[in-house]
Write a protein that binds this ligand. Structure first.
Ligand code: PEP
Ligand code: CO
Length: 452
């Protein structure tokens, strides 16, 4: 098998294996030009940041941190705007505040942003009213609009994806470093509709308690707690479009190996996680920490092969397993998968993505997810890990800071009839701002219940 040793790995060794979910570009030369251009651009992240994240994830695997990974199912170029990016950061900051306080643990914040532009699809083509066109595969490949021109895979989009990632990251970094992210001013993160939310009281009680404690500490120590002024955000996306990922895979001075410098945490999706195919081959040689989606088709023996392939040295923080089994399957399937990793003596970070195993279609064909299914899978994942002498070290959500109506349920009781009001996703349904915050409170409740 191709993954036998890391010595025969290079950022392009995946090209000798079968690559699923890749577009067919009409013009090979145009593609090569676009890739050359991206290869010459500066990195989006640094190897130090990547190493820091790996260390943090290693701590999360040992129970000393909790990972909050969240963001869009798919970013779009059109949404590379201040309001959208800022709202997304606000909800992640609010969730992480609730989690830090409730879990009494430091939270590692990883966005699904600054590069989440490629999507796997179940079919290569889509037919509407007798016309068949390539499926929409994310803005890095083609456009969502159903026209021959827009759906044509366009290599110029590679540079645009790089540029949008960079513009997003620039604002994220600026906001995270100063002022806005200051823990002494959590009111900066309030979203407009917060004041009407049924959760507002519970949330503001936490904010007030934190403000009192910090004020007290600064008074008795007579010191300004400078470290409260900023927070760190890391980036992640599905490493799906391999030629693009390869173009951002670089060596750096004074360090061994190759880093993907297009994101801190690339992950391999459920549809491309076969041990002998291209995405695993690409991911296995990187210095970055990598994520692996684990779906209901995963067997314990395949998982063992994948863990040995992606984390051959059992390196702390190297591998994050993201289970996404569905509320009906997690109780049956997760225990054997957790045991499989224990059997081979590896320490990985297990987190739960309670979104992707719980997608349903309404009668009119709208994709949705029920809040109770999402929470149900998450709570069962906590229970399974506790019963297996393991622990759940984080969560992975598709969410937005906007007031969309894509998932059903939650404190405001969104129903199927409400979905039409503000359904904006071109791909998977996301938790809206309020549902996300509620999820954070629910995690705290579950965590405390288990802690007894
Ligand atoms: C996703 O995370 O958007 C996704 C496609 O997930 P999965 O690979 O788990 O289906
Ligand atoms: Co998705």
């Amino acid at each position: 098998m191709a993954q036998a040793t890391t010595t025969d790995w290079s950022p392009h060794s995946w090209r000798a294996t079968e690559a699923l979910q890749q577009p067919t570009y009409p013009d090979e030369e145009e593609l090569e030009e676009a890739l050359d251009y991206v290869s010459g651009l500066p990195p989006l992240v640094t190897s130090w940041e990547v190493e820091n994240l790996k260390e943090e994830l290693g701590r999360a695997a040992r129970g000393e941190r909790f990972l909050l990974q969240g963001g869009e199912c798919a970013e779009s170029f059109a949404d590379c705007r201040a309001e959208v990016i800022t709202s997304r950061l606000k909800i992640l900051m609010q969730m992480s505040l609730v989690l830090t306080y409730g879990l009494n643990t430091r939270i590692v914040r990883v966005g699904r942003f600054a590069g989440q532009y490629a999507k796997p699809r179940s079919s290569d083509t889509e037919t509407r009213d007798g016309t068949t066109l390539p499926s929409y595969r994310g803005d890095i490949i083609n456009g969502a609009e159903f026209s021959a021109e827009t759906r044509r895979p366009d290599p110029n989009r590679l540079g645009e994806a790089y540029a949008s990632s960079s513009l997003t990251l620039n604002l994220v970094r600026a906001l995270a470093e100063g002022g806005f992210a200051d823990l002494r001013h959590p009111e900066y993160w309030d979203l407009d509709f917060m004041q009407h939310s049924p959760l507002a009281e519970e949330y503001h009680a936490i904010v007030d308690a934190i403000e009192d404690t910090l004020g007290f500490l600064e008074t008795v120590t007579n010191k300004k707690l400078d470290s409260l002024e900023g927070v760190s955000f890391y980036t992640s996306h599905e490493a799906l479009l391999l030629p693009y990922e390869e173009a951002l895979s670089r060596s750096v001075p004074h360090k061994e190996g190759i880093y993907n410098l297009g994101t801190h945490l690339p992950w391999v999706g459920k549809r491309t996680n076969q041990p002998d195919k291209a995405h695993v081959e690409y991911a296995r040689g990187l210095q970055n920490p990598v994520g692996l989606k684990v779906g209901p088709d995963m067997t314990p023996s395949r998982l063992k092969t994948l863990v040995r392939t992606l984390d051959p040295d059992d390196e702390p923080g190297k591998l994050t397993l993201i289970s996404r089994l569905g509320v009906d399957k997690v109780g049956d399937q997760l225990p054997q998968l957790v045991r499989a990793v224990q059997d081979i003596g590896h320490t990985v970070l297990w987190i739960s993505d309670p979104m992707h195993g719980n997608t349903k279609k309404t009668e009119d064909g709208t994709k949705t997810r029920h809040f109770d299914d999402i929470l149900g899978e998450l709570e069962q994942a906590f229970d399974v890990h506790a019963a297996e002498n393991s622990h759940l070290g984080g969560v992975h959500f598709e969410l937005t800071g906007e007031n969309v109506t894509e998932c059903i349920g939650g404190a405001r009781g969104l129903s199927e009839a409400d979905l039409g009001k503000a359904y904006e996703s071109h791909v998977d349904p996301r938790l809206n701002y309020e549902q996300s915050l509620e999820m954070a409170f629910s995690i705290v409740r579950k965590y405390r219940q288990l802690a007894g």
